[in-house]
Write a protein that binds this ligand. Sequence first.
Ligand code: PBG
Ligand code: ZN
Length: 322
Amino acid sequence: MLHRPRRTRKNAVIRELVAETRIHRDMFVYPYFVTHGKNIKHPIQAMPGINHFSIDLLLEDVAVGLKHGINKVLLFGVGEEKTTDGSSSHSHTSIVPDAVRALKEKFGDQLFVITDVCVCAYTTHGHCGILHEGYVQNDASVDLLCKMALAHAQAGADMVAPSDMMDGRIGAMRETLDKHGYENTGIMSYAVKFASAYYGPFREAADSSPQSGDRKAYQMDFRNGAEALREALQDVDEGADIIMVKPALAYLDIIRSVKDSILLPVACYNVSGEYSMVKVAAAAGLVDEQKIVMENMCAFARAGASVIITYHARDIVEKGWL
Ligand code: PBG
Ligand code: ZN
């Protein structure tokens, strides 16, 4: 026999030598849910191990993460005043700008702060834009999202991450940021975001469920792969710095095809439902948490993601799973 593939699997040392994929902590972005108040660290029932933080305890928790090399965070605002027009989303004193200022003041450039830009946690109807007669208005929503992105940039965000899925928002945001002197504030686009049941636990965490209907008129149909590429290419053209695919686990084919079609870094979002399924199955003793988490991380990297947004990040680094 000329070819014996088992030769390079003979022992752990040779397996390490020929490993094609390696996970490094620098790939991780860790999401946080931030809320007003003091001394708050409330567990989110639907996401074991994940909490709502007030800014004071957020600062403490981020400091612990930084010691383990988690130096990129993605912020979601929770508990802000909800209105039909989502106006609190771009207030300079709303929770996300407050948190960004506090984080940048304490950690400076040691910490890279990314903010989620979407209005679903700020609207009474829970949709990701301005609702008119049951339809989310595209261009008016883009204007609103641009104001939100600008408020985050002015607070000191290093990068904004629009997750709304309106058409043309990346170009409009790039223009708004540049016009106000924030040409170095990056944009990570949730370019390929599917209408997914995997967001279930997040909607409890962010209190952002649509009060009527669903998000299918703006988020993508998960049956479509070519459309995913069109979305990705459009956001590249509009000036995105990083292109994200979301969710991750059920969409490895999409990550790969996006990776092969563009020259920007590709991120994947290992979303709440993917996270909670693993945590619950592990707690029930059905799977080995460390092994299954690291198998998933490798799958993301092998598919082509060089940025992994995951709620598992802290466990991975603190428990020495790398
Ligand atoms: C809001 C938003 C969602 C997520 C990130 N930003 C939920 C949604 O679109 O309904 C999902 C994150 C997760 O499930 O972990 N636009
Ligand atoms: Zn939204």
